[in-house]
Design a protein around this ligand. Structure first.
Ligand code: HEC
Length: 625
């Protein structure tokens, strides 16, 4: 498959053009005045006042369907709750304008999928790659190293239809890629050609990585995933048919962002919520979400246990906000990272986010250990006290903004249970830019601490660190986009000694935003990183995927994923920011998602697959001089 890179300026133009053309057209055609609805219900936040809210320009690229789904079951549910069905439809059409061309259908495979091998020891398991979340792949199985990495080249690009962000980390098993999407469709793609063997519709956005396991008595492997409406799905990997489906939320705003972890027949599912956004509604009785983790039987979907981050359910405080809505609490502390599993001690570990109400619960911005068996909390180690924040803090009439007003420095990255020569270390990265090693044998006592970056809403450490047997590799974002955080910035990749926290090297990321939209473009590195023994793979907001030498930090290979690419279906795939999920390595291949319309980043819908040249072409000497 030949791919091309379009003139970058045309993409930038595309991103800045639609604004004015789209609205007037929609407004004249639709009897309900979309512009008026937008001005009354949306513009206050979306016209630049709330830094994370997409601007009008982005709406034209999101498409009516995604806008509607944000209002119906997504993060804007509360903001749109006063609108009727036809008003929502009119508003979505108005905002989308004409820009949303119908995407081409995915390329269907012509050959049936061969039976999936039971064991594929080259496959990285889910988000963390293994139980401990090393996000590591062995040199031997992956076959990528400093000698051959220069030969890595783009093999094909898949365009997620109707998506403007790509953040479900792919899982590869026996030559098939399984991946979720913004539209809620799960695809089984052939690693060689990018054709789709089957599609399963989850019904709501799938942000998490898939996991693969077996149910006794079933010959084919089963895939597990969580969606935006907090439903867990188990799907037959051979044909995409539903095995079971289980709603796991106990709050109307519950969502699944972090990837469920499959271990020993049980799926451990982290629970976060969109109540942080609902809180921006001045009439909302804020807030009641309790954060948590649930354990679900992987064979049946039955709930084994449910544990909360904040134990006591929220109650009315007897106070009201300035708009007369009752204040409730304590609330918040979502879990949006994939648990690490400590089979030896019988526990799992998760990091928690900020509190939504004041005073902040003492389990916010903390690391918690839960019993694998019962869900009982074994210990909690709070790393930042008094951090209460929600979306109301972004806007003027901040009815539900807690008095602390942030700083919103979650522990969003998955914890890594790292085993050294003589002891285990629980490695933790925070949005503040702090990295910690906690003692799993001593209630999470701090063994060492090192502050690597200035921190911010998107980190410091945002989505994930990676480790091999020698080093911990930490991507730092330190973005400029929200000005509240002060101090020197250290974006790039940092390598630490996991036993002492001492820094081994730091390779700053270089600015590559020329010709790309700012401030969406930024050199910060927020997406999760991945490592082998000799290499580190990490992407940045500006779309660059870098490969570093794990010992020296030297950049050995680089690819800019920003811009237009021809997809396997003949469609245009748009690359943008690399954010959230990280590179996946599999037998001479590197997979990365590009494009992230969320949090003000560069949109896109590309899954890019890179590979080494086939072994036979090397054998024929095509690549030797
Ligand atoms: C109180 C502020 C506020 C109001 C009012 C508001 N929004 Fe938003 N909206 C946001 C923020 C902030 C985000 C981005 C969320 C994030 O990045 O986490 C967002 C995101 C979105 C998105 C993208 C959702 C996604 O999943 O990517 C859409 C679509 C959207 N808003 C539509 C609307 C519409 C339509 C209205 C009016 C009915 C509206 N918003 C009113 C603050 C607001």
């Amino acid at each position: 498959m030949r791919t091309f890179k379009a003139n970058l300026s045309s993409v930038v133009l595309l991103m800045t053009m639609f604004v004015w053309a789209a609205p007037s057209k929609g407004a004249t055609e639709i009897p309900i005045d979309g512009m008026a609805l937008y001005q009354t219900h949306c513009a206050a936040c979306h016209e630049g006042k709330v830094p994370r809210a997409p601007h009008l320009i982005t709406f034209s690229m999101i498409g009516a369907e995604a806008i509607l789904s944000a209002m119906n079951e997504g993060v804007m549910r509360s903001q749109a709750s006063v609108l009727s069905v036809s008003e929502r439809a009119a508003l979505a059409d108005f905002l989308a304008g004409e820009a949303g061309e119908m995407p081409k259908p995915v390329l269907a495979c012509t050959e049936p999928m061969t039976a999936l091998a039971e064991n594929d020891n080259a496959a990285m398991k889910g988000w963390g790659g293994d139980d401990q979340n090393y996000r590591h792949a062995s040199d031997e199985l992956v076959g990528l190293n400093s000698d051959n990495i220069a030969q890595l080249s783009l093999k094909w690009v898949f365009a997620y239809p109707g998506a403007l962000r790509a953040r479900s980390q792919p899982l590869v098993h026996d030559g098939i890629i399984f991946v979720g999407s913004q539209s809620g469709d799960i695809y089984a793609l052939d690693l060689e050609s990018g054709c789709a063997h089957w599609t399963y519709s989850a019904g709501a956005e799938v942000r998490s990585s898939l996991s693969l396991g077996y149910i006794p008595g079933r010959p084919d492997p089963v895939l597990y995933m969580g969606d935006f409406s907090a439903t867990v799905h188990a799907v037959d990997a051979a044909d995409g048919s539903l095995v079971w489906r289980a709603p796991v939320g106990d709050h109307v705003d519950t969502t699944i962002t972090g990837s469920p972890k499959l271990h020993d027949g049980v799926l451990y599912v982290p629970l976060s919520s969109s109540e942080w956004a609902t809180a921006a509604d001045p009439g909302y009785a804020c807030c009641t979400f309790q954060g948590g983790v649930v354990a679900v039987d992987a064979a049946s979907g039955e709930l084994r246990w449910r544990s909360h981050v904040i134990d006591a359910p929220a109650v009315e405080t007897g106070k009201t906000n300035p708009f007369g809505a009752p204040r409730k609490g304590p609330a918040g502390a979502p879990v949006w990272n994939s648990p690490s599993i400590d089979a030896k001690r019988g526990v799992l570990y998760v990091g928690t986010g900020e509190a939504y109400t004041s005073p902040a619960a003492n389990t916010s911005d903390a690391v918690l250990a839960f019993s694998l068996e019962t869900g009982q909390r074994q210990w909690a180690r709070q790393l930042l006290a008094g951090d209460a924040w929600n979306m109301a803090c972004f806007i003027g009439e901040a009815a539900n903004c807690p008095e602390e007003d942030g700083p919103d420095l979650d522990i969003g990255a998955a914890t890594i249970l790292w085993s050294g020569a003589d002891r285990d270390y629980l490695l933790v990265g925070q949005k503040s830019g702090d990295v910690y090693a906690l003692d799993p044998d001593n209630g999470g006592a701090v063994l060492w601490h090192n502050k690597l970056g200035r921190g911010g809403f998107t980190g410091g450490v945002h989505w994930g660190m990676t480790a091999n047997s020698e080093s911990l590799f930490v991507p730092i974002a330190d973005t400029t986009v929200i000005g509240k955080f002060k101090g020197e910035q250290f974006p790039g990749v940092h390598a630490l000694n996991p036993a002492s926290g001492e820094r081994k090297w730091y390779t700053p990321s270089e600015d590559d935003c020329e010709g790309k939209p700012k401030p969406a473009c930024d050199r910060g590195m927020s997406a999760a990183a991945t490592s082998t023994d000799g290499l580190v793979f990490a992407g940045s907001f500006d779309g660059n995927l870098n490969v570093y030498d794990s010992v020296t930090g030297e950049v050995l290979w680089n690819f800019d994923t920003f811009g237009e690419f021809e997809s396997v279906s003949g469609d245009t795939a748009l690359g943008g920011s690399i954010e959230s999920d990280g590179p996946v390595l599999y037998k001479g291949h590197v997979l990365v998602n590009s494009g992230y319309q969320f949090g003000g980043r560069m949109p896109g819908n590309a899954l890019m697959v890179f590979s080494l040249p086939p072994a036979d072409s090397l054998a024929k000497g095509q690549n030797s001089e």
